[in-house]
Design a protein around this ligand. Structure first.
Ligand code: B12
Ligand code: SF4
Length: 483
């Protein structure tokens, strides 16, 4: 039995994120029975550096790190630096960022291997090869460094999700990831991967090649039962990119919650407006009775031309109708928007803001949601478009740590001036403060301030008037310097 150490980097501090480190739990799925798998979480373990150093003394086969663009990269490199300074243990990176840019990730001296794409089988095969000192050539899905330079294994086919064994949640202290929210003890989970849509600003079109696959309802229900019975979980946050793709699956799942009397409420963060519009009254009623409390919907823009141009395949009147239908239920929608599209005019943005307030009039329960400036992430079609317009992407792994909203003013966006970016940032943080209920910010202090300032921020956003606006700048400073 060998040892494997996995470390979850921290991203922004203080937002209070306690979600399960699902990536690291899933990659352990085939390994934890035959090996000692240790998961360290830099978000919670105050002494994570010491724990890592102690683990390194036990000569693990490798140390694995997950990655997503933004601050997690800096934290991931801090982890890798410790491993390199104190041992000869190979450092394996996985996750969306490393998978999209494996070569550049491997060019960093602290990274020895990259698991590209889904990690369950690739990591299992890699661990076997390391354990038996076999060559790495046979490991599909792996990129690695060798004396001859960077090597690329053959691609790994996508997984059959239902063939996976039970997910080893107990590798972490599950209780630590049970969050206390308005619906009681809540836990996050994933029930599907990928998305068939073609939004040009989303990693899915490349990372998952528009393939969607979901766990069968019986499996999701079994997991929820485990959480309710063992951890008294009362609410489930489903983090899928597009949960509603297969409405038959959704119905079976919702009916299963009712027939099995699971007694939980649930919430979904990935919903496409077109599919929402397809949910008929009868299914809506099943969903409501089964305990669906909220859906986060990617509206993106109130300008139809922008939606059509960037592949968000739906019509605004369908969304407006779906919102009205939701108004008659207990299901609370949160709508998410993007600003700063290529060549977006103030008039286009005005339409987005008008849509936001119109939806509130039609459905007073609704959560406004946030208007985020567009960041062209690697692996999206809009990223290639930005490059064609002169955008020069970061050349080194460490430079991606600053590729996020807190640094928006310094990201080169070919179609936006610095003045315009300042204005979009004011709009962004003003909408953040309009949403004390926003699902991803758990900090009570934030919620308190947001409640206090919400009416004023709504006025600013509605009138697109950011003169003398101090608060968004304070928030930007906090996110840049302190988080
Ligand atoms: C939960 C989540 C979060 C949580 C993080 C929880 C955590 N553990 O730290 C929170 C809310 C904090 C968060 C924040 C952000 N997120 Co986020 N998040 C997600 C979400 C919804 C689910 C991630 C997840 O758990 N997936 C489930 C696991 C099983 O899948 P997986 O991560 O792909 O892992 C598999 C493989 O990648 C691989 N793998 C992954 N890690 C490793 C490690 C090793 C060693 C190996 C071998 C394999 C391996 O194997 C796994 C199993 O197959 C994804 C969307 C998505 N569908 O993935 C976005 C997503 C990852 N987030 C994204 C972004 C942009 C952000 C933010 C930057 C946005 C922001 N608001 O500022 C922030 C900032 C994070 C930061 N850097 O500080 C993007 C990433 C894009 C990119 N190019 O990296 C995504 C894809 C959303 C999107 N549609 O664009 N996020
Ligand atoms: S619907 Fe959502 S998850 Fe699917 S491609 Fe569009 S933005 Fe990405």
């Amino acid at each position: 039995m060998s040892r494997i150490v996995l470390v979850n980097p921290h991203g922004y501090r203080f937002i209070g994120d306690a979600s399960m480190p699902l990536a690291l739990i899933y990659v352990s799925i085939h390994l934890h029975k035959d090996h000692e798998v240790v998961i360290i979480d830099a978000r919670f373990d105050k002494d994570w550096q010491e724990r890592l150093r102690r683990e390194l003394k036990k000569s693990p086969l490798c140390v694995g790190v997950t990655s997503m663009v933004g601050k997690q990269i800096a934290s991931g490199l801090e982890i890798a630096k410790i491993v390199k300074a104190e041992s000869d243990v190979p450092v394996v990176w996985g996750g969306i960022h490393a998978s999209l840019l494996p070569r550049q990730t491997l060019e960093h001296p602290y990274v020895d291997m990259v698991v590209c794409g889904e990690g369950e089988e690739t990591f299992r095969d890699l661990v076997r090869a390391l354990d038996k000192r076999e060559p790495l050539d046979a490991v599909a899905g792996l990129w690695w460094k060798s004396k001859g330079g960077i090597r690329e294994g053959r691609p790994r086919p996508v997984l059959d999700l239902d063939a996976l064994p039970d997910i080893p949640y107990e590798l972490v202290d599950v209780e630590r990831h049970v969050e206390k929210g308005p619906f009681g003890r809540s836990i996050s989970m994933m029930t599907s991967r990928g998305c068939p849509e073609g939004c040009q600003f989303c990693y899915n079109t490349v990372y998952n090649a528009r393939r969607w696959r979901g766990f069968k309802p019986w499996r999701i229900l079994k997991e929820i039962r485990h959480f309710t019975e063992k951890y008294r979980v009362q609410h489930v946050l489903i983090q899928d990119d597009n949960f509603f793709v297969d409405l038959g699956r959704v119905r079976e799942f919702a009916e299963g919650i009712l027939s099995q009397k699971l007694g939980v409420t649930w919430e979904v963060i990935g919903v496409h407006p077109r599919i929402l519009a397809r949910v008929d009254d009868e299914l809506l009623s099943v969903l409501e009775r089964s305990g669906l409390t909220g859906v986060a919907v990617g509206v993106e823009s109130g300008n139809q031309e922008t939606l059509d141009r960037f592949g968000k395949n739906y019509k605004i009147p369908d969304l407006v109708a779906a919102n009205k239908k939701l108004a008659a239920t207990c299901i609370v929608p949160t709508y998410c928007y993007i600003s700063g599209w290529p060549d977006e005019t103030r008039q286009d943005l005005r339409q987005t803001v008008d849509l936001m307030f119109r939806m509130k009039r039609d459905n007073p329960k609704m959560v406004y949601g946030i208007i985020r400036p567009l960041i062209c992430y690697p692996g999206t079609q809009i990223f290639s478009y930005a490059v064609s317009r002169g955008f020069v992407p970061p050349k080194k792994l460490e430079d991606w740590a600053g590729f996020a909203w807190f640094n928006y003013l310094d990201i080169d966006i070919p179609w936006t001036t610095r003045e315009e970016k300042k204005w979009l940032i004011d709009l962004y943080y003003s909408t953040v403060m309009m949403n004390p209920e926003y699902v991803y910010v758990k900090s009570r202090l934030f919620k308190f301030f947001a409640k206090l300032h919400a009416p004023f921020m709504k006025w600013r956003v509605k009138n697109l008037d950011f003169r003398l606006s101090i608060l968004p700048k304070v928030l930007l400073f906090i996110q840049r310097r302190l988080m």
